[in-house]
Ligand binder design. Structure first.
Ligand SMILES: Nc1ncnc2c1ncn2[C@@H]1O[C@H](COP(=O)(O)OP(=O)(O)O)[C@@H](O)[C@H]1O
Ligand SMILES: [Mg+2]
Length: 221
């Protein structure tokens, strides 16, 4: 039987600290000498993200719904496929641990929000079949879902752009869309077996270090 590694995905709506935690985790694994690879999606450094960039800049429409859930998913899926083939397939097949900042699971969160709820199960079945069975990129072994109160992440996201809302992409700029994404994320977390990790406490983010410690215990790596 073909050996395979382990794929761990850190998921959550925008501003919940995914990138911060994945970078912190990378540091911890390096310090311990654990051989692990970290991958970020979308892979903005690669040409494979060209369509994602066009979409987020609004070149195919200013509203997120202007590009339907299936088309937008395809843009992100090919970016992941290219990353897998070029950067981490060999490492993963050799038994390596790969940690992903967002993955197919982000399409689940962000694209469900364009569809009525009664279409979510069909869309999710299509999405996972498309990427894991047909394209053949690995399904995650674990998905950790970073949860945070909406008011807290909104404040952090705006701070990321120095308070300038005009720098947000078409998802971030549409607050109603973000609210639906949050609802879709909760649905996915409950129905798809993701592990929730609460990152806020009493209207504020918990410390990066406290969340990191929880993440390490959950992952057991
Ligand atoms: N635990 C935390 N406490 C305070 N600020 C945080 C924390 N985690 C992340 N941030 C900040 O919040 C913003 C969003 O974090 P980021 O990791 O980019 O989130 P995501 O990748 O989920 O969108 C960044 O400015 C980051 O520095
Ligand atoms: Mg991020």
């Amino acid at each position: 039987m073909e050996r395979k590694g382990k794929l761990i995905v850190i998921e959550g709506v925008d501003g919940t600290g995914k990138t911060t935690q994945v970078k912190r985790l990378r540091q911890a694994l390096q310090d311990r000498g654990t051989p692990a690879r970290v991958v970020f999606f979308p892979n903005y450094d690669s040409e494979s993200s060209a369509l994602v960039k066009m979409y987020l800049r609004g070149e195919m429409g200013r509203e997120p719904g202007d590009v339907n859930a299936y088309a937008a998913s395809a843009f992100y899926a090919v970016d992941r496929y290219a990353s897998f083939k070029r950067d981490w397939e060999d490492f993963y097949r050799g038994g390596g641990v790969v940690i992903a900042d967002r993955y197919t699971t982000s399409n689940a969160v962000h694209q469900c929000s364009k569809l009525p709820e009664d279409q979510w199960p069909d869309f999710l079945r299509w999405l996972f079949h498309f990427e894991y069975d047909l394209l053949g990129i690995p399904a995650p072994d674990r998905v950790i879902f970073l949860q945070a109160e909406a008011a807290v992440t909104e404040k952090l996201l705006l701070a990321r752009y120095g308070g300038d809302e005009s720098r947000e992409d078409i998802h971030e700029a549409d607050r109603a869309y973000m609210a639906r994404a949050r609802k879709a994320a909760e649905y996915c977390c409950c129905t798809l077996g993701w592990t929730p990790l609460l990152c806020t406490d009493g209207g504020a983010m918990r410390s990066i270090e406290a969340i990191h410690q929880d993440l390490v215990s959950l992952l057991d790596i």
